[in-house]
Design a protein. Structure first.
Length: 94
């Protein structure tokens, strides 16, 4: 995997997707379009946290069921810490 290029500054804190799959929780966020990491997150054993999708692609994000396919978080992330704490303590539900 590359470590830097002229368009972005990737420092020593960069974690590639293969390394991310070692984590229990992964955050998926839309930018100007769909959250492109959602497709590979759904193919891992990690629990996906994300706000309700607002953009849809071939992956049909709108058909995903909140709190079944992913943990629904508020758009302002105000409940993220509490939900992470909850699923950390209730691993049988994740």
């Amino acid at each position: 995997m590359f470590t830097s290029n002229k368009f972005m500054n990737i420092d020593d804190n960069y974690i590639n997707p293969a390394e991310m799959t070692k984590y229990k929780f992964i955050l998926s966020l839309e930018g100007n379009d769909v959250a492109t990491n959602l497709k590979w997150i759904m193919n891992t054993n990690s629990l996906c946290f994300m706000p309700k999708p607002t953009v849809e692609s071939w992956f049909m994000e709108g058909t995903l069921i909140p709190n079944f396919h992913y943990v629904l978080i508020k758009d302002d992330f105000s409940d993220l810490i509490n939900k992470i704490k909850y699923y950390s303590l209730n691993t049988d539900e994740s």
